[in-house]
Ligand binder design. Structure first.
Ligand SMILES: Cc1cc2nc3c(=O)[nH]c(=O)nc-3n(C[C@H](O)[C@H](O)[C@H](O)COP(=O)(O)O)c2cc1C
Length: 252
């Protein structure tokens, strides 16, 4: 087994998988049959540097996300080798295609007949919702349509945590548990199960980030009251975890 390495930055202009990674990624990781992976490379999955992640002419309707796809040849072993917390991010925006892949990895539907998701949840409550907080605005991920619904067209990134880097990360994801979906769970056990379910979502995302050479860290240090107000959460919705994600910065 090779030693764990820090992820290497993959810029859009130089987005090819390195030779060593290509060797490590001989096998093709499995993806749900409902989302057969097109043979796209990371390079073709990225937009030109400097473009926004989300088109600014979003309008009032939901934004349909592109079909999730991952680097050809990425393996679970490589992702596990590369996974580490990184808190230094390039300001470069992420392509929507990659945001799509990360959201699907976190809590997308991988069995359409049953509506079950990539991450398990106790009693299949599916109580974890993910908010994507981008410079262009904040969006709620809707797994059923694999789409984003606009919550607020402002840059709320700084509110997603209490550490400086969160305002600079091009993407922050916030995992929110809706206790209203857990009514058959004893009230004093809801936090326990919701925390576990949020952690599965977060780890799926972290491994997807690692396999794509991205920098990421999961976070619990959050001013939950302030962020809940900004996300316009219902009283039954509780913030569990957040993740900061981007391309690695110079000191990563
Ligand atoms: C539940 C949980 C909460 C965390 N909260 C934060 C946080 O608020 N801020 C932060 O910078 N890192 C946070 N981390 C990341 C840990 O500090 C990190 O995982 C740990 O130092 C081990 O390093 P590694 O992830 O590189 O293995 C959190 C990790 C977990 C699992």
């Amino acid at each position: 087994m090779e030693q764990a390495r820090k992820p290497t930055a993959r810029k859009p202009s130089a987005g090819k998988v390195t030779a060593s990674k290509a060797t490590a990624r001989k096998a093709t990781a499995s993806t749900a049959s409902e989302h057969p992976r097109p043979p796209v490379s990371v390079a073709t999955g990225q937009g030109p540097a400097g473009t926004a992640t989300v088109p600014l002419d979003l309008g009032s309707g939901p934004l349909l996300l592109p079909r999730p796809s991952f680097s050809p040849g990425a393996t679970l072993e490589t992702a596990l080798q590369l996974r580490c917390s990184v808190r230094d991010f390039s300001p470069e925006p992420l392509p929507l295609k990659l945001v799509s892949a990360l959201l699907w990895a976190g809590c997308g539907i991988n069995r359409h007949a049953s509506g079950h998701r990539t991450a398990p949840s106790a009693h299949n409550w599916q109580e974890i919702n993910v908010f994507a907080v981008l410079p262009e605005g904040t969006y709620r991920y809707e797994p059923a349509g694999h789409q984003l619904a606009l919550v607020d067209a402002q840059d709320l990134r700084a509110l997603t945590g209490q550490q400086d880097f969160v305002a600079r990360a091009p993407l922050n994801l916030v995992c929110v548990a809706d206790f209203a979906r857990m009514l058959d769970c004893p009230a004093d056990e809801r936090s326990f199960f919701a925390g576990a379910d949020a952690a599965f979502v977060a780890q799926n995302i972290l491994l997807a980030c690692a396999s794509e050479g991205m920098a990421a860290v999961v976070r619990a240090l959050i001013d939950r009251r302030r962020l809940a107000a900004a996300l316009r959460l219902q009283p039954s919705e509780r913030i569990a975890l957040a993740l900061s994600i981007g391309w690695p910065g110079p000191s990563a």
